[in-house]
Design a protein around this ligand. Structure first.
Ligand SMILES: [Zn+2]
Length: 116
């Protein structure tokens, strides 16, 4: 099935999926904080969507909104892209940003760094 932004794998409900779908791609750096980004995960654990160019993502280093370019590197969104983001998606993005900011506050050096 083709979604509005390209191919999309459908969950046919034959087995519940408890793990999010992760799309791995080559590493690029967040233009705002230089956090390395090499994967995208879905917000909904049951969603099997695979990230592709044009999709919006949120940086786990600084919680800024990013967009996947044609080569799956990340860039800052244009004003037009932000304005044209559907309200439901804007709400999901804002909620995800809040969660990421909480994680950043809890693990300022990143979750893989031992506490000092
Ligand atoms: Zn960042």
């Amino acid at each position: 099935m083709e979604g509005p932004q390209g191919p999309r794998r459908e969950d046919h409900g034959t087995a519940p999926c408890h793990r999010m779908t992760v799309t791995r791609h080559h590493e690029s750096k967040c233009p705002a904080c230089e956090h390395p980004i090499n994967a995208a995960g879905t917000i909904d654990a049951k969603d099997t969507y695979v990230a592709e160019p044009g999709d919006i993502t949120v940086c786990y280093g600084c919680a800024c909104v990013l967009v996947y370019a044609d080569d799956m590197s990340v860039r800052l969104p244009t004003t037009k892209e932000l304005v044209e983001t559907p309200p439901e998606q804007q709400a999901e993005i804002t909620d995800l940003q809040k969660k990421i900011k909480l994680l950043i506050d809890l693990f300022p050096k990143g979750p893989s760094e031992p506490p000092s």
